[in-house]
Design a protein around this ligand. Structure first.
Ligand code: ZN
Length: 410
């Protein structure tokens, strides 16, 4: 991705400000003379910022402006250890609202829409972000928050909600419940704005079909405002990113070197205007790629692909990077294969050996499936695997995110 002149100027101004005071980046970038940064290449030599750095700054070590300028904090979920606290100035909240309203507009949502918001409100950035953007746009917010399906559906019918904001799993649950209760004809939804967790094509199609809506993927993370820094358009070919607020790079997750446009790597974000807690070269751990060329919608905002997975999920075998979404995608193309699988990598006799266990539909011929899946894997992902078809229900199920890739080499 080529950095624009405006982005470069904003970054320089921000670096100057941060290095001239005692703050997180003042210390992190100590010894770096900002005047020596004269090009994108120079900028790309600056050290990355990691989630661990942010955790160490707990609680308010990231704050880059005086207390009187901070109007709010948010916090990342912190399921593993110390949470990250992000302070916001009034300007930050305004900018976020602006970006989020732009997301709704990109999805064709207008002031006459009624937006049913199911993500949670509170410390994390989800519900409140959806609400902020809705009010900025001028549409009607229905601030439900999560849970209580009966109430959700009753309000959806009575309020004639036209837009559903949800995670993909909650959208699916509501869709199934609507089908079960036979109330589809009372539902007036036309659009769904779905948070950026990764979801397969099969799930997407089910939600869209059952609710009769067009779906939009919205992107964001608490460390960088929250949801709303990018969204897919009606052409469903990646997400447009608001590059007047964030500068993004895609780098090799192992080496940190820039990836050419079109190639998959880790998304790295630098905020351009953030005051409360600016971030320089923040490693998101999200895997995606820059989509080259112009979007048929005509928008000039650059695009990244829908999130393909997390760097933590990626494995390298025989020089090839493999991530779960590739395996899922490959399986959707094979008739008779289910979406449930386990991928094992072992090191035996000096070689990496890959085994793919896949649940296949009852009545399919296992040796035929073995051959079909093996061929599809080789064609799509580029390496040879041993395929072991198993019956539906044989692989373990998990309430939480299930582990599907087991690297037994080390
Ligand atoms: Zn577009």
């Amino acid at each position: 991705m080529k950095m624009t002149e405006t982005q470069f100027d904003l970054i320089k101004k921000q670096l100057k400000r941060l290095t001239s005071r005692d703050c997180f980046y003042g210390r992190k970038l100590e010894g770096i003379n900002v005047d020596d940064i004269q090009s994108q290449e120079d900028f790309e030599k600056l050290p990355f910022t990691w989630k661990g750095d942010l955790r160490e700054a707990y609680p308010l070590g990231l704050q880059a402006v005086p207390d009187e300028e901070i109007v709010r904090i948010h916090s990342s979920s912190g399921t593993t250890g110390t949470p990250v606290i992000i302070p916001y100035t009034k300007q930050d909240v305004d900018d976020w609202a602006e970006m989020f309203a732009r997301c709704y507009a990109m999805a064709g949502i207008t002031r006459t829409d009624r937006i049913h918001i199911t993500p949670g409100y509170g410390l994390w950035t989800a519900g409140i972000g959806f609400q902020l953007g809705c009010e900025r746009l001028g549409a009607m917010a229905i601030p439900m928050g999560p849970g209580n399906t009966d109430k959700q559906l009753r309000m959806m019918v009575d309020m004639q909600s036209t837009v559903l904001c949800a995670t993909s799993s909650y959208a699916l649950l509501l869709a199934e419940e609507i089908a079960k209760r036979g109330i589809r004809d009372q539902i007036k939804l036309t659009k769904g704005v779905i948070g950026s967790e990764r979801w397969g094509e099969k799930m997407r199609k089910r939600i869209a079909d059952e609710l009769g809506v067009q779906l939009f993927d919205i992107y964001g993370l608490t460390e960088v405002y929250g949801p709303g820094i990018g969204i897919s358009c009606e052409h469903e070919c990646g997400m447009h990113m608001w590059d007047d607020f964030v500068y993004f790079e895609v780098v090799d997750p192992k080496t940190g070197e820039p990836k050419p446009d079109g190639e998959v790597g880790e998304l790295v974000i630098t905020t351009l205007r953030k005051q409360g807690a600016p971030l320089i070269r923040y490693r998101t751990h999200d895997l995606t790629r820059v989509i080259p060329g112009e979007c048929p919608c005509g928008s000039k905002y650059p695009r990244i692909d829908t999130i393909l997975g997390r760097t933590d999920d990626m494995v390298k075998v025989k020089g090839v990077n493999i991530f779960p979404s590739q395996i899922e995608e490959m399986l959707t193309l094979v008739d008779g294969a289910s979406s449930e699988y386990q991928f094992m990598i072992d090191h035996l006799y000096g070689k990496d050996i890959c085994t793919l266990f896949v649940e296949v539909e009852n009545g399919t011929d296992k040796s035929v499936m073995e051959q079909k899946i093996g061929t599809a894997f080789k064609a799509k992902i580029g390496i040879t695997v041993i395929v072991k078809p198993v019956a539906i229900g044989e692989l373990p199920r998990s309430e939480k995110k299930s582990t599907r890739v087991f690297d037994n080499r080390y």
